[in-house]
Design a protein around this ligand. Structure first.
Ligand code: BJW
Ligand code: ZN
Length: 249
């Protein structure tokens, strides 16, 4: 199979002349760093684990130990992961673009590690812990402790500071993400299956405003046919090519 993805010249021209660039990333962006995605048939987390038993507030109430230990395992994977060439290309893009907003559904912090400054985390961060009751953020790291530790102020179990199904996204982050999606000149959707809402509605908002949209994903998604450009390849190879084709001429 020829994995070479051609970058259209007019895409580069439009990206280079964009004043504001907004980017939405998903788990696919971190796949090449060894962080498992969610919905892929063989390698995705939901192929082996049931999200209803692990990634909902009900699951945590029912079985806090199971949920805590599963996230401890996920934290250990993330702790070993390093940003890949796609993350580095997005950090470069932030330096080169006049205005740049990176909206991520990822909880692994790899964009920040790659050097991106303007990162909006829609689904929280797996390395942060908060109280399940009083929402206090706990700075201490609990890498190897089994079962949920207890909140020092209210004694309720602590939980990862991520957004589970049925929970609201952080309000300020979501508002800033909608604003960026509606006011940018180019919107890129990278490595996301585009099915989890409200994140999946961000490219729809951009399209409604007539904004140029680009998808980077080796597979098709419900958004693929609506996008202005589709770069059908892995972000770790497509993004470095996109950045050099756009800005080094
Ligand atoms: C590559 C690649 C490479 C591979 N390069 N690409 C409207 C309609 C229907 C349902 C709803 C709706 N509004 C709300 C809902 C319910 C629900 C929802 O959307 N469900 C859908 C499944 C239908 N949403 C919610 O519950 C949200 N809350 C909410 O809406 O609150 C209001 C409300 C309250 C009460 C009732 C109703 C509404 C919260 C969503 C929270 C999502 N949480 C998770 C877990 C985070 C913590 C953790 O890490 O454990 O977030 S689920 C999981 O999915 C995670 C991800 O951020 C999220 C998105 O997944 P993503 O990133 O797209 O990954 P994948 O695996 O799906 O896709 C990977 C992609 O990469 C694939 O396309 C590959 O091809 C590609 N790829 N390798 C580039 N190398
Ligand atoms: Zn508490």
């Amino acid at each position: 199979i020829d994995m070479t993805v051609m970058i259209p010249h007019d895409l580069c021209m439009k990206l280079k002349s964009a004043k504001r660039i907004a980017v939405l990333t998903g788990a696919g962006t971190s796949a090449e760093s060894g962080v498992p995605t969610f919905r892929e048939a063989q390698s995705g987390l939901w192929a082996r684990y049931d999200p209803q038993q692990l990634a909902t507030p009900e699951a945590f109430r029912r079985n806090p130990g199971l949920v805590w230990d599963w996230y401890s395992w996920r934290r250990s994977l993330v702790a070993e992961a390093k940003p890949n060439a796609g993350h580095h290309a997005l950090a470069k893009m932030e330096e080169l673009a006049p205005e740049f907003t990176l909206i991520t559904q990822n909880v692994d912090g790899l964009h920040q590690q790659a050097g991106n400054q303007a990162v909006i985390e829609l689904h929280g961060n797996i390395m942060r812990t908060k109280c399940s009751d009083c929402d206090i953020i706990v700075e201490e790291r609990f890498d190897t402790i089994p079962g949920p530790p207890r909140c020092s102020s209210c004694d309720r179990p602590l939980r990862p500071d991520v957004v589970w199904f049925g929970e609201n996204l952080p309000e300020r982050a979501l508002l800033r993400a909608y604003t960026a999606a509606r006011t940018c000149d180019v919107f890129l959707s990278i490595g996301t299956s585009s099915i989890v809402h409200p994140a999946a509605s961000l490219p729809v908002e951009a399209l409604r405003k007539g904004i140029l949209t680009i998808e980077v994903n080796p597979e098709q998604t419900p958004m693929t046919s609506l996008m202005t450009f589709v770069l059908a390849g892995p972000s770790g190879t497509v993004l470095p090519k996109l950045v050099s084709a756009t800005w080094s001429t």
